[in-house]
Design a protein around this ligand. Structure first.
Ligand SMILES: O=P(O)(O)OC[C@H]1O[C@H](O[C@H]2O[C@H](CO)[C@@H](O)[C@H](O)[C@H]2O)[C@H](O)[C@@H](O)[C@@H]1O
Length: 258
């Protein structure tokens, strides 16, 4: 499905669904740098209402680390999956992180720092066990950067994998993705047995869309770009309006009063 199609998703009953929300480009508008990203205050308040309306079945599923997710969502502390599924925090606060050889991760980081050395507008975001090379400020370098990062990722296979995204090429631990993170949530209360609803804007979200589709749920692409998701909203503001409308409805998706 391409970016020309815009299909507003049907309204699920919040009392019956599990919400999975990506962060950058979905809850927070895309910003010039990772540090500049912000979740609007109204969206934070909305997330609090949605968490209550779903009985706690709301999780953020992001490429950011869980520490950064918590910082961006402060004062909320929601169930979360970080680093594209390499970190997970459940509804009771139970934490899991993919075991990674830290020495090898340090070697990978050094190689990626070599790739960007001396280049204007291209830098490495060090997320501890996953590393993102951002080129938003050097877009004409995209093909070269992607090729060089892919070559480094190949040298670190099979324990690392390449993940492209919006003006970013990332090398992340292999064996996990946002799909496995959603599956992990769907195995525990209060997520289990609910209808999964996932919204996301980027390539990393496609793995979660596939799991949600397999479970008969609702996958929503935010913005342009090819996707397997059958539903689409144009931007984070439209998603916030759609979610706000859901939170204002009664059980079983009844329209709001007035
Ligand atoms: O899964 P997400 O929550 O969408 O995280 C994906 C990546 O998001 C961040 O990078 C992206 O957003 C930045 C801020 O808007 C933007 O400057 C950058 O160009 C985007 O690629 C984050 O920095 C990455 O670590 C995440 O993997």
């Amino acid at each position: 499905m391409t970016g020309s199609e815009a299909r507003r998703p049907p309204p699920p009953d919040l009392a019956q669904c599990a919400l999975f929300l990506d962060l950058d480009g979905t809850l927070a508008p895309i910003a010039p740098s990772p540090e500049a990203a912000r979740v609007p205050g109204a969206t934070l308040a909305l997330l609090g209402r949605l968490a209550a309306a779903t009985g706690g079945a709301l999780a953020v599923v992001s490429g950011r680390s869980i520490d950064v997710i918590d910082r961006l969502l402060h004062p909320l502390r929601l169930p979360a999956a970080g680093l594209h599924g390499a970190q997970w925090r459940g509804p009771g606060g139970q934490a899991w992180e993919l075991p990674v050889d830290r020495e090898r991760a340090a070697g990978l980081l050094a190689r990626l720092r070599d790739v960007v050395a001396g280049q204007t507008g291209i830098y490495v975001e060090d997320k501890g066990i996953s590393f993102a090379i951002h080129y938003r400020h050097a877009p004409r370098q995209e093909a070269r950067i992607r090729a060089e990062v892919a070559a480094v990722a190949a040298d670190f296979a099979p324990d690392y994998a390449l993940q492209f995204g919006k003006m970013v090429a990332e090398v992340k631990p292999r064996g996990v993705d946002k799909g496995s993170a959603v599956e992990r949530f769907m195995a525990v209360a209060p997520f289990a047995s609910r209808l999964p609803v996932m919204a996301g804007d980027d390539l990393t979200d496609e793995a979660a869309f596939a799991v949600v589709a397999r479970l008969g749920g609702v996958a929503i692409k935010i913005g342009d770009g090819d996707t397997s998701a059958p539903w689409r909203l144009p931007d984070p503001a439209a998603l916030a309006r759609w979610l706000d409308d859901l939170s204002a409805r009664g059980p079983a998706g009844a329209p709001r009063d007035g």
